[in-house]
Design a protein around this ligand. Structure first.
Ligand code: OAD
Length: 280
């Protein structure tokens, strides 16, 4: 059953719906939690190499990839198989319906690399995947330059079912190579020791969206990365309402309250259908 929205939140959403400005949505791992994808900072994130356990922050780095590309690829192929097994949930679906209703007055910035927004039906032009997409690769040597035309899908013959701990075989070692220079291909994801970039991740464009927005909806993120933080701070300084939907308190909760938005504690799949329906 659709959630009943508090009257204050209902009015805020209806006001944004009536304005002719944009609704900007920012999502994080929490929106995919009910699809069965573990959140980034939740449990189950570690990975074993030899006898050592690594945290994602240690593995999702250029430094680790340079030292042990095969192990990092095995980790990503496992994560990709978890993403592929998952199905978009009601929260992803509600955002697709909202986009259908608002058209160019809608934009979606996601930190998720799981591809579930795309698979739910969000359109590529209004979707800003600021941390990349696990289905894409590019040359780790950057022989093709740093533009988006450097991106290639993972080879189709690589198994979608990659158990935890399975090592690369000779076939994958051959396939996960740049077709031009023969160097290692790498996952097209932003690593912890790398910087946001416009050409590869449309990061500047994503931040600029805030200037056009009449409301910012923030869903399922712990607010630990810099670009999402800047987006929220910019929205707060413009004093547009920020509506946060998160299971736990987040650094964005206080901005939600200060801007006359709302800090909704709960599951994205339960709240987004009602919130998006009001915004439509
Ligand atoms: P986190 O795992 O840090 O945070 C997920 C948030 O979602 C937490 O605040 C949870 O309380 C909340 N949450 C969990 N289940 C939820 C549900 N069903 N409904 C609503 N909220 C829920 O994930 P992110 O904030 O997305 O970046 O992490 C941001 C970035 O940190 C990642 O994209 C990754 C990492 O650095 C890179 O790899 C560059």
């Amino acid at each position: 059953m659709e959630k009943e929205l508090p009257p204050g939140l209902r009015e805020t959403l209806e006001r944004a719906a009536r304005s002719n400005r944009m609704v900007l949505v920012l999502t994080g791992a929490g929106i995919s939690a009910e699809s069965g994808i573990p959140t980034f900072r939740g449990e189950e994130g570690y990975w074993k190499v030899g006898s050592r356990n690594y945290q994602p922050e240690e593995l999702a780095t250029r430094k680790a990839f340079t030292k042990m590309p095969e192990e990092i690829w095995a980790w990503y192929l496992h994560r990709r198989s978890v993403c592929r097994r998952a199905e978009p949930n009601a929260a992803h679906g509600a955002l697709v319906d909202l986009e259908t209703a608002l058209g160019d007055r809608f934009a979606l910035v996601t930190q998720n690399v799981d591809g579930l927004h795309r698979r739910a039906g969000s359109s590529a032009e209004r979707l800003f995947e600021i941390h990349g997409n696990i289905e894409l690769t590019r040359c780790s040597e950057e022989c093709t330059g740093a533009g988006r035309d450097a991106l290639a899908p993972l080879p189709a013959s690589i198994s979608l079912d990659w158990p935890r701990g399975k090592a690369l075989g000779e076939e994958e070692k051959r396939l996960l190579r740049c077709s031009r220079c023969g160097g290692w291909a790498r996952p097209h994801v932003l690593w912890f020791d790398e910087y946001y970039d416009e050409e590869l991740f449309r990061s500047r464009s994503a931040l600029a969206l805030v200037e056009e927005a009449s409301l910012l909806l923030v869903v399922g993120t712990s607010g630990q990365t810099t670009l999402p933080f800047q987006i929220v701070l910019r929205a707060a300084s413009r004093r547009i309402p920020i509506v946060v939907v998160n299971l736990d308190e987040s650094p964005f909760s206080e901005h939600a309250l200060a801007t006359g938005g709302a800090d909704v504690r709960g599951k994205a799949a339960e709240w987004l259908p009602a919130i998006c329906a009001r915004l439509s």
